[in-house]
Design a protein around this ligand. Sequence first.
Ligand SMILES: Nc1nc2c(ncn2[C@@H]2O[C@H](COP(=O)(O)OP(=O)(O)OP(=O)(O)O)[C@@H](O)[C@H]2O)c(=O)[nH]1
Length: 440
Amino acid sequence: MAMRLADFIRANIEPILQKWDEFAETVIRSARGMGKAAIRDHAREMLLTIAAELDRANRGQPLVARSEEDAAEAHGIGRWTAGFDINETVSEYRALRASVIAFWTKADTTIQPTDFDDLLRFNEAIDESLSASLAGYTAEKEKHERLFQTVMTASPDHVFVLGTDGRFMYANQALCKLYRIAPDDIVGKTFVDLGQPHALELQQQLVHVIASRQSCRGELSYACGSDCVQQYEYILAPAIDNGGKIVAIAGTARNITERKAAEEKSWRWANFDVLTGLPNRRLFCDRLEQDLRHAERTGIPVALMFVDLDRFKSVNDQLGHVAGDRLLEQAAQRIASCVRRTDTVARLSGDEFTVILTEVNDVTHVEILAQEIVDELARPFQLFDDVRSISCSIGITLFPNDAVTPDELLRNADKAMYASKADGRNRYRFYQRAVSQAGA
Ligand SMILES: Nc1nc2c(ncn2[C@@H]2O[C@H](COP(=O)(O)OP(=O)(O)OP(=O)(O)O)[C@@H](O)[C@H]2O)c(=O)[nH]1
């Protein structure tokens, strides 16, 4: 052959790369996100580097200069990052070697002694390049594994990998600490083996993730002592290989106990009266709407009471606001003690309370209850060193007889309450009767 191998490679680089492309189609399937052009450019770069090495060898210079070794190493790192597995990385070099030799052998007519030297050096160059590349690949892989381990170990969240049979393949330190088990001992066990009440739920979720091939989230409680329950939010996600097969389930779980407590606290702030602990106006309105909807379905009436303390201002004026607060707290407890657990007692504002009575089959019961509240609030209140007596005025309206909307019902109850006040306080009045009396 007239042409040296290095020159041959440079002259035939296009057809060599064309052949390489065809082979690469089958080898590099798993190189996610890497375009064909990028892969080809890499091959071109490697071939030109090897050709330059052959030139140097022909001139009697050392075969592999440091910079080429670095380039091959960087290539290996790139292959790991691009998602190549180690076989694909090796195959890539084998394909390059095969492409070049196939072309060269085909083009060869008369073999010169120098051709054997070139072939030998070419193979050596490919081997050197491959080993530098693999060194880069494995170093990068190990570096990432170490980083992964560090992140997993430091993570306060639970991270785990389960096989499709539900057995642990990996669990990080946080999870092992929770279950009081060594990381090596947890491998091969299932959540059921760890003996937690939430195990069956997780097992079912696992089956669901495998069947649907979709991730799922959920919440669970973990009893970490007789009076300690921690809440966790978890995500289970299927790990799918290049062939579309589910090979594992990756899971994370985060302790949300504090977040839940904060949410609960802010929900209480938004919906309950701080002084009395009763539902506030907002929650009262929600409950009234719900109760009315329910009553529409069942056809059983609802009664709404408006309870206003009589001359409460004088308690504040004479004994101070703190004593007034004490009275409001006690009044709230007394009203609540008169009703069923299913009924709602709320504090709308100041000394105004409301009571929603559901499933009122007999209005007589409403009257009895209203009188009970009047009597309860007429009993003396112990306010620190003082004892005070006040009374209350109650207005009552009925759904659906008097009105059907929450606003109208509230207005009616308010009017009936004022009728009680006008009648001399310390009593209750029904809206209907108050209206007909006013009309009479
Ligand atoms: N201690 C205390 N007082 C409050 C609170 N909210 C409102 N008040 C007072 O409650 C009083 C309500 O008075 P009113 O309902 O207007 O009048 P009243 O003295 O009860 O007289 P009648 O309703 O006409 O019988 C006002 O003095 C308010 O300042 C509270 O949270 N604590």
